[in-house]
Structure formats: structure tokens, C-alpha cells
Design a protein around this ligand. Structure first.
Ligand SMILES: [Zn+2]
Length: 340
């Protein structure tokens, strides 16, 4: 176990929490059965499964270790295979060799956890299952269960903390944000240190990576930004800057970008949904404040026979917005957070 230390490098830094349980002895970190010595940078290829074509699915895991003991931090993307901003954030940090000379500790970087979804432009795996609803998984189940099982058994036990980088849904844009469960007190200070423009307190989801990590004594933040299958430079930049601040917070990087002037914190959120089916024309984008009763957009039919106004049912901060112009009754139009 690495020793808790008082940090004093920046205002966001606070003392590291004591571990809830002992983690793997850090002299020889073990990922996928492979012992990884200090002062090494290695790629571990984990064999997850085989496609119908016979092609083996390998999951590349990049492990960078300092010669000084310290926390083990997971930085992962692509748990949903079409969420390209998360993948690109981790890829760019690897490309920049950001973890090659850590001050202490270890970074475990996995750019694409759902290889099948990545190949098929899909959130899920081959059978339509969501890995992030399949934890802890099992070694003989469906592909989603096998990937979840690998992560549960071979990666999560080795980490102390992590950030799982996601992207919004299809045609649904997420304002760059960090999510953590308010019930996980150990996650609060690192969530603030990340310095995203927005923090959303978001309860654990059953069978998710985040919940599974928490059960084992580690905390994982979820970063969300942009929309699936669309790279967004601002979202990518915020994700990389946040990861640097987090590693600085844990005394693993000497330098980090300055924190943003202000972070909005929302304790809960609600969805504004379409009351009519039709063509949606939104007037509001993510990052805007709205007041109850504000005009947010219109839904029309394609024939010019009706046009209905959409008004805000609540006040708040817009965390995400829909970019799909054709909507059905009940479709999500805006995700609205309640600032604390
Ligand atoms: Zn996702």
C-alpha cells in the first residue's frame, strides 16, 4: 500500500484517502496474470474471445510504472464502442507518452474496452448487450459478460482509482462533465481536482464498471462529453487536461493545466422529453442556463399543419441536448441539471 501523504501543490489537492482495503503489493503489479515490475512501460494483450470469423479479440492494456510506489490509476475509454471522444482522449495521452516518466505510481491505460463495438460503430457488443450493465460478468457467458469478467478479475483489483471516459449517445451531446456518486466520499476531492467545467453527482448504476470498482474498494469517475461517432476537440481537450490535473493531484505528474475559473456542480438532473412526435428545432444548447417557462424550441409536423412550443418545465443548467431533428413522443430533448 502506498503511504497517504499531505499534498500542497495546488488548492485542489487534498490528502490521499487511506485505502479501504489493501491493494495488490505494488512491487509486482499483476495485470492479466503478467507481473509488471516498477520502472517499466509495457503493453499487455489480453485475449477476450473470438469472433465468428475466427478472429481473436485482443484487448490491449498499457501499463506505465514509476520506480517510486504510488497509486494505480486506470484511464479507460471505449467501454461503449462508438463513444469515440473517450477513446481519443486516452489514445492522445498514450501518443504523447504522458505516462512514461511518472513521479510515482502506475497508470493502467485501456483506450478501447469494447473492441467489438468499436469495429461495428456500436455501443454494445455482438449480441446487443451493454458491457457497462454486465458486471461482474463471468468467464463462460456472453461476450459482454466475458469482457466484464476480465475487467473485474484482472484489472479492477489492481487499481486504486480511475477515470472511465465516455461520450454522449447517438445524436445526443453531453456538455463536458465528471460524474461521481455522492455516496462515494473518496471520489469527491479527485472529481474536483479533475477540473471539468461541470460535475454531476450521479448515483451508481447496477452492474456498471463504476459500481463494481466501488465494491472492491476503488473509486472511478465517469467523464462524459460530446456525442457518439463524432470527435469534438473541446471535449477531448477538457478530458486530457482533467486527466493531467488528476495525476497531478495524486503527485504522479509534476505539471498540470490550471483549474478552470469555475466548475458548476449539479446534485441531480432531469430530462425534458418530447410531448409530440415530429421535427424538433431546438433553441438551447448544452452549457446554457434556463429558467422555468423559457421557450426551448418547437416541434412541427412535416406538412406545415402544426407547430408546438416547447417550454422549460424547470430551471437549471443544460447538461446535454438532442441533435436528432426527427423525434418521437417521449424522446429526450434536453438533460437539465440542478446546480447546488
Ligand atoms: Zn458510454
Amino acid at each position: 500500500m502506498y503511504p497517504p501523504t499531505q499534498l500542497s501543490k495546488c488548492d485542489n489537492c487534498v490528502s490521499l484517502r487511506p485505502q479501504k482495503r489493501p491493494v495488490i503489493a505494488k512491487k509486482d503489479l499483476i495485470i492479466n496474470g503478467k507481473a509488471i515490475a516498477p520502472n517499466t512501460n509495457v503493453r499487455v494483450k489480453a485475449n477476450i474471445a473470438r469472433l465468428a470469423s475466427g478472429t481473436i479479440i485482443d484487448l490491449p492494456v498499457y501499463v506505465s510504472r514509476s520506480n517510486k510506489p504510488g497509486p494505480v490509476i486506470l484511464l479507460s475509454g471505449g467501454l461503449h464502442g462508438d463513444e469515440v471522444n473517450g477513446i481519443e482522449i486516452v489514445r492522445r495521452m498514450l501518443e504523447a507518452s504522458l505516462f512514461d516518466n511518472l513521479e510515482r505510481g502506475t497508470v493502467v491505460a485501456i483506450p478501447v474496452m469494447n473492441i467489438y463495438g468499436f469495429l461495428n460503430f456500436s455501443r454494445e457488443v455482438a449480441d446487443g448487450k451493454d458491457i457497462n450493465r454486465s458486471f461482474p460478468g463471468n468467464s463462460t457467458g456472453s461476450l459482454a459478460a466475458r469482457v466484464a469478467h476480465f475487467l473485474s478479475k484482472q484489472v479492477l483489483p489492481a487499481i486504486d482509482f480511475g477515470v472511465d471516459f465516455h461520450t454522449g449517445g447517438a445524436s445526443r451531446f453531453n456538455f463536458p462533465q465528471i460524474r461521481y456518486a455522492a455516496s462515494d466520499s473518496a471520489a469527491e476531492a479527485p472529481a474536483k481536482a479533475f477540473g471539468a467545467p461541470l460535475i454531476l453527482e450521479s448515483p451508481f448504476i447496477e452492474k456498471s464498471l463504476r459500481k463494481q470498482a466501488f465494491k472492491g474498494g476503488a473509486s472511478i469517475l465517469v467523464y462524459e462529453g460530446g456525442e457518439s461517432l463524432r470527435l469534438d476537440e473541446e471535449v477531448i481537450k477538457e478530458g486530457i487536461n482533467g486527466a493531467k490535473r488528476l495525476l497531478h493531484h495524486f503527485e504522479m505528474l509534476q505539471e498540470a493545466p490550471p483549474p478552470p475559473p469555475a466548475t458548476i456542480v449539479c446534485s441531480s438532473s432531469t430530462w425534458l422529453r418530447a410531448k409530440r412526435s415530429g421535427i424538433y428545432k431546438g433553441l438551447i444548447k448544452s452549457g446554457m442556463h434556463i429558467n422555468k417557462g423559457d421557450l426551448l424550441g418547437y416541434i412541427t409536423d412535416p406538412f406545415g399543419e402544426f407547430s408546438v412550443k416547447i417550454k422549460a418545465h424547470t430551471s437549471g443548467f443544460v447538461l446535454g441536448h438532442n441533435n436528432m431533428p426527427i423525434v418521437n413522443q417521449g424522446d429526450a430533448l434536453l438533460h437539465i441539471g440542478t446546480p447546488v
